[in-house]
Design a binder for this molecule. Structure first.
Ligand SMILES: Nc1nc2c(ncn2[C@@H]2O[C@H](COP(=O)(O)OP(=O)(O)OP(=O)(O)O)[C@@H](O)[C@H]2O)c(=O)[nH]1
Length: 387
């Protein structure tokens, strides 16, 4: 799970509180020291950590609380709120609008995960019932169009790109126009990256942005870059009108706290985090459920949302069988396929409240997924042979 180690360390600090018979200023300072050390180890910016510490100290007045108050609960609640503030810039995230043609453009450094994220986002909105298309305006990296084409085909998403046209502005314009004419609801334009923040990249981004006039510019940032996240996010925000952020490669990365907290400081909300290379390895981001999951408190609303996306009711055969009390081997296969669409077992487990952190740590979700895939292959080969 994302930042699992950080969550475990904060929980450990909370556990120490439970062992204290009398919580005084000294105990509070010791707990805060543990929490701040954990945040710094996860690469959270030192200024943000200091702010968090000062805010908790301001909000919790041990002497005023009196002897009868549940001081542990008060401290936990204040720390929880401050952790939420750390990752929440307090800005409403952009949402696509129904009945309108919504244009999204992605920007970011080379290898940050833009192309992968474009398909993940397209697949996410596709599952929610939006008519969505992808445009590859990356003419800088050879093979970029092939990569997008391959990903889009796998995810059943219509795409546009060109092997001949060298001008990314032209391709972006043509792609957006094509999907607009075809009455699509959302189009996502993938742009090229460079290995560092340089004027050529920013010029190209500005030209594309001016040409297609996106409703939302998404900055895709590699979540493993730690403390340098703030400078990078600010540079992109200053160059184009970045509206939101997607952090990639957050799959269990211990240093992810840097990107998460630094991005919030740039006042662009994180809307999704990438948690793997697979198309379904993307999680909607909002501060409270994220912190709640990190601390092992689960995210029931997120779990309900993910199950809703599976559209179980669309599988007419399964629904009919279930209503008659029949459950065939094919029904089992269909159900397992649906479970796999929810993402890794770790991700699902993280949404269940109260699951011990250790249980998540021991879970080999790769092996579990492999076994499910093997079962489906065996089943498919059996049915192909008419057995
Ligand atoms: N583990 C993990 N890997 C990811 C994630 N997102 C992307 N990647 C991997 O990161 C690598 C780079 O991803 P791309 O999507 O090609 O990056 P890009 O930003 O489009 O690259 P350029 O087009 O060269 O700028 C690929 O190997 C992806 O599979 C993620 O959330 N987790």
């Amino acid at each position: 799970m994302v930042l699992h180690e950080l969550g475990a360390k904060i929980n450990e600090a909370f556990r120490k509180l439970s062992k204290e018979s009398d919580i005084d200023e000294k105990v509070l300072d010791a707990i805060l020291k543990d929490i701040c050390t954990a945040l710094l180890t996860s690469d959270v910016n030192v200024m943000r950590v200091r702010e968090l510490r000062d805010n908790v100290k301001k909000s919790v007045n041990i002497e005023e609380l009196g002897a009868t108050a549940n001081k542990k609960r008060v401290i936990e609640k204040v720390v929880f709120e401050e952790l939420c503030n750390l990752v929440d810039p307090g800005v409403q995230a952009w949402q696509p609008k129904k009945g309108k043609f919504n244009v999204i453009m992605t920007v970011g450094l080379q290898g940050s995960g833009k192309t992968t994220t474009c398909t993940k986002l397209a697949s996410f909105y596709h599952r929610k019932g939006w008519k969505i298309g992808l445009v590859c305006a990356d003419t800088f990296r050879a093979g970029a169009f092939d990569q997008l084409k391959q990903n889009a085909t796998k995810a059943h998403i219509p795409y546009y790109g060109s092997y001949n046209e060298a001008d990314p502005v032209q391709i972006a314009r043509e792609g957006v126009e094509k999907f607009k004419q075809e009455k699509f609801e959302i189009v996502i334009v993938d742009t090229s990256g460079r290995h560092k923040q340089e004027s050529q990249l920013f010029d190209e981004m500005t030209q594309i942005s001016n040409s297609i006039d996106p409703d939302n510019v998404i900055f895709v940032m590699d979540g493993t870059i730690g403390q340098s996240a703030e400078a990078q996010a600010t540079a992109f925000k200053d160059a184009v009108n970045v509206g939101s952020v997607v952090l990639t490669k957050m799959d269990g990365h211990a240093k992810g706290g840097g990107a998460i907290s630094a991005v919030a400081a740039t006042k662009s909300p994180i809307i999704f985090i990438g948690t793997g290379e697979h198309v379904h390895d993307i999680e909607k981001f909002s501060a409270r459920p994220f912190i709640s999951k990190m601390l092992g408190m689960g995210d029931i609303a997120g779990l309900v949302d993910a199950v809703k996306d599976l559209r179980i009711e669309d599988n007419k055969d399964l629904m009919q069988n279930l209503s008659k009390g029949i459950f065939t081997l094919k029904d089992l296969r269909d159900q397992l396929e649906m479970i796999m669409k929810l993402g890794s077992l770790n991700k699902i487990a993280g949404m269940i409240p109260g699951l011990p952190q250790d249980a998540l740590k021991g879970m080999d979700s790769e092996a579990g997924t492999k076994q499910l895939k093997q079962f489906m292959c065996i089943f498919d080969s059996m049915t192909e042979k008419g057995k």
